[in-house]
Ligand binder design. Structure first.
Ligand code: HEM
Length: 509
């Protein structure tokens, strides 16, 4: 007899190893497990038997625990909560969840860093923070998949894979490399505005509760009469703002490299529920047509002096997931999850994103990812789509096609069609008409306080001084110079670059 049997107790009809228990372990197939401590062997000294089905079941399950991490935004933290609308927005949109005052809609939110893998540090990472919100509305899931910055680096989805390749670790060394990153960015003038946002201290938030979020793109809101306006979304933190800066970074990193995750578990655990107000900038098509820049260029903001923020509701996060993998890891946010009354704008990044997320999620999670509890709409899903890995959707007897002669059959409803867009254009491969690469970056620099400008310069000099190719540095500094002469001059001086060289390069840009 083995010595362990000395501590075996009989409890509730089950054998117990050294502890009390109320339930018998089972295999995945529900059969009771006799021994979870020792494999079944051929005698004490012999090999393990293939017929130890519990061992095989356990190892096979373990061997398949990982799914691919998100290709970007791999490290994240999620929370459940609810959104309450402040008023009735039906004059602008027929979106159901915005059509009455005090209407409550459940949400799931995931905050993330972008370029680093799961398990990487969050504190001090100069990276946008993902700010993705899934609204479980009565007419399907609506996702605002935004970030903590109002603009983006590039404006056309065709460049996104190149952008990510340059920002991610080198394919040779598997290390992120400032030279590769700035090589790409310096050749993409449009990134000047975003890089200015990124290198302000707000580019390194300390946690997720104390930061704002933006939808970045413009979206089309359509009311029941078919009238169209365009909107941009902003989430304003009711907790204020907290960033690291060059003086606090080292201590913050030492204290907790994953403070953003820990902070959310800690504060929500204490019942200190964070909230954000959602506001929109609303613009008519006629107002947008008069702007001297492209309103659908995601490297630009819409000035609040022309388009003020209108508050439309408040989101509160009040529960951390019971299981990280099932909720946070398997959550599938997509800009293509739209509801009646909210439609895409022609923003070229948004258009690419409409496709990319729902595509990657079929690969990352599996073809029926929308049936998982975290992704499943609370409104009915009526479709004749079928089968694929892990299908559990409702079926409709013999009818898996449409049209059909079934009683209470399902069919389309033209009332939910996209609003018509008049185009009358010829297909082209061309950049947007008005690029205006530098103006907003200059305005942003000039609007920053002296202290923020000083940190912006220090942050840029810190990273640009690691670039090994001087031509890349010169080109990038020249972009900052084009945005604002003082801005470029200060970065040049910090890097000990001859300002005259910068002036000459800037003249050629
Ligand atoms: C064409 C440009 C873009 C493409 C192709 C793209 C693609 C992707 C992909 C493939 C994922 C992983 C999704 C998943 O596995 O579930 C992702 C995640 C994400 N992206 Fe993008 N992205 C683009 C631009 C942007 C922009 C402009 C923003 C912000 C305005 C953004 C915000 C996010 C966020 C927040 C997540 C994480 C969502 C989550 O928490 O699960 N992306 N993106």
């Amino acid at each position: 007899m083995k010595t362990k049997l000395a501590v075996v107790l009989l409890f509730s009809g089950s054998l117990v190893y050294g502890q009390q228990q109320t339930k018998t372990l089972t295999t995945n197939a529900g059969a009771p497990v006799a021994d979870n401590q020792d494999s079944l062997t051929t005698g004490n000294d012999g090999p393990v038997l293939l017929q130890d089905l519990h061992l095989i079941d356990k190892l096979q399950t373990f061997d398949r625990e990982r799914i691919p991490e998100r290709v970007v935004h791999a490290r994240g933290v999620g929370a459940h909560g609810f959104f309450v609308s402040y008023g009735d927005e039906s004059q602008y949109t027929k979106a159901d969840f915005l059509n009455a005052k005090d209407k409550q809609t459940p949400v799931f939110v995931r905050f993330s860093t972008v370029m680093n893998p799961t398990g990487s540090a969050e504190t001090g990472t100069r990276d946008p923070r993902g700010f993705a919100v899934k609204f479980y509305t009565q007419q399907g899931n609506y996702d605002i998949v935004g970030i903590n910055q109002p603009v983006f680096f590039i404006r056309d989805a065709i460049k996104f894979p190149d952008f990510v390749h340059a920002m991610k670790p080198s394919p040779v060394t598997n290390r992120q490399d400032q030279t590769r990153q700035w090589d790409f960015l310096s050749l993409e003038k449009e990134s000047t505005n975003m890089m200015t946002y990124m290198y302000l201290d707000s580019g390194t938030p300390l946690n997720n509760r104390q930061m704002d979020g933006w939808g970045v793109h413009a979206f089309r809101w359509v009311n029941a009469q078919g009238k169209v306006v365009y909107v941009k979304y902003k989430w304003t933190s009711m907790q204020g703002y907290l960033n690291t800066n060059p003086r606090t970074l080292a201590a913050a990193l030492l204290k907790d490299p994953q403070e953003a995750t820990d902070d959310l578990y800690r504060e929500i655990g204490k019942g200190n529920f964070p909230s954000w107000e959602l506001s929109v900038q609303i613009a008519t098509p006629e107002q947008l047509a008069k702007l001297d820049f492209d309103p659908f260029d995601d490297t630009k903001i819409w000035p609040e002096s022309i388009f003020p923020q209108t508050k439309i509701g408040k989101m509160t996060l009040n529960k951390m997931p019971d299981n990280y993998f099932q909720d946070t890891e398997q959550a599938a946010f997509a800009p293509g999850n739209l509801v009646p009354g909210i439609e895409p704008s022609p923003d070229r990044m948004l258009q690419g994103r409409l496709f990319s997320y729902l595509d990657t999620q079929r690969y990352r999670i599996g073809p029926n990812f929308q049936q998982l509890p975290i992704n499943r709409p609370i409104s009915p899903v009526n479709s004749y789509n079928q089968n694929g890995h892990m299908d559990t959707r409702e079926t409709h007897g013999d009818y898996n096609y449409q049209p059909n002669r079934a009683q209470n059959t399902m069919g389309e409803n033209p009332a939910f069609d996209y609003s018509p867009v008049e185009l009358g254009a010829t297909t082209v491969h061309q950049p947007i008409r008005i690029k205006d690469e530098y103006r907003q970056a200059g305005e942003l620099y000039r609007s920053a306080s002296k202290a923020d400008q000083d940190d912006l310069i220090a942050n840029l000099v810190h990273d640009l001084s690691q670039v090994t190719n001087p031509d890349i540095t010169l080109e990038m500094v020249s972009h900052f110079y084009k945005a604002d002469k003082q801005y470029g001059t200060r970065v040049a001086e910090g890097l000990h670059i001859d300002v005259q060289q910068v002036v000459e390069r800037a003249a050629k840009l």
